[in-house]
Design a protein around this ligand. Structure first.
Ligand code: C5P
Length: 226
């Protein structure tokens, strides 16, 4: 296959990571979920005692820090920040509450975007996020934008949390998703939106495998047209 880069963007809990990982494994590509880099950085910043309002210090930290991308489980690429793997800590509540605030600082994003591009030069990749098709890799071979109703996404996220032993009301999950959607779509820098040439897939009522198969087929067809 000549195709090298596939982007999957979409709102929170639409299934980008699970679909992206399965797709990457089917294609023999690597998979990177860019939420991880923003979460990892947020963890580092909070651990250094910084709050999201300390913009200058956050930008400096973003410039000073060393990122490495290493193979994780299966096709996944994980991030080491200053040599440390913080993947177990990055889903914590403090990170959850602060990540969107830190991710909207333009000069912090600048460094994160540069790192994501560096990674994309090194390997065949499925990259998932919010702005991958629009800002990070606009030259990608295939761009997909996943959508699903907020109710369906809240239901999926609620189930996922319950499986991890987190007890939370479905209504709370729904309210938090709506808030995050609002933050991600209205922010000035790199808001969540489909690239003009992205293929939109509404995943309501589709299984993960069905979504993977659809994108796989698009990739094969796109490759044939290369
Ligand atoms: O995808 P995930 O929920 O892990 O992302 C966490 C947060 O990181 C998002 O709510 C968003 O604010 C930020 N993010 C971003 N750009 C990306 C991926 C994530 O701003 N490409």
């Amino acid at each position: 296959m000549n195709l090298r880069l596939i982007t999957i963007d979409g709102p929170v809990a639409v299934g980008k990571s699970s679909v992206g990982l399965l797709l990457a494994e089917k294609l023999g590509f690597r998979f990177f979920d860019t939420g991880v880099i923003y979460r990892t950085f947020t963890w580092k910043a909070l651990n250094a005692g910084l709050s999201p309002s300390e913009t200058d210090a956050l930008v400096q930290l973003a410039r000073d820090i060393a990122f490495q991308f290493v193979p994780g489980n299966g096709a996944i690429l994980t991030v080491l920040i200053d040599g440390q793997d913080v993947s177990k800590l990055m889903m914590s509540q403090p990170v959850e509450r602060n990540v969107a605030l830190i991710a909207k600082i333009p000069l912090v994003r600048e460094r994160m975007v540069a790192e994501q591009r560096r990674m994309a030069e090194e390997t065949k990749l499925v990259m998932a996020g919010r702005d991958i098709g629009t800002v990070v890799l606009p030259w990608a071979d295939l761009k997909v934008f996943l959508t699903a109703s907020v109710e369906e996404r809240a239901g999926r996220r609620h189930k996922e949390l319950a499986e991890r032993g987190v007890e939370i009301e479905c209504a709370t999950v729904l309210a938090e998703l709506k808030q995050r959607d609002h933050n991600d779509t209205t922010r000035k820098v790199s808001p969540l939106k489909p690239a003009p040439d992205a293929v939109a897939i509404n995943t309501d009522g589709l299984s993960q495998d069905e979504v993977v198969d659809k994108i796989y087929e698009l990739a094969v067809n796109r490759d044939a047209g290369h």
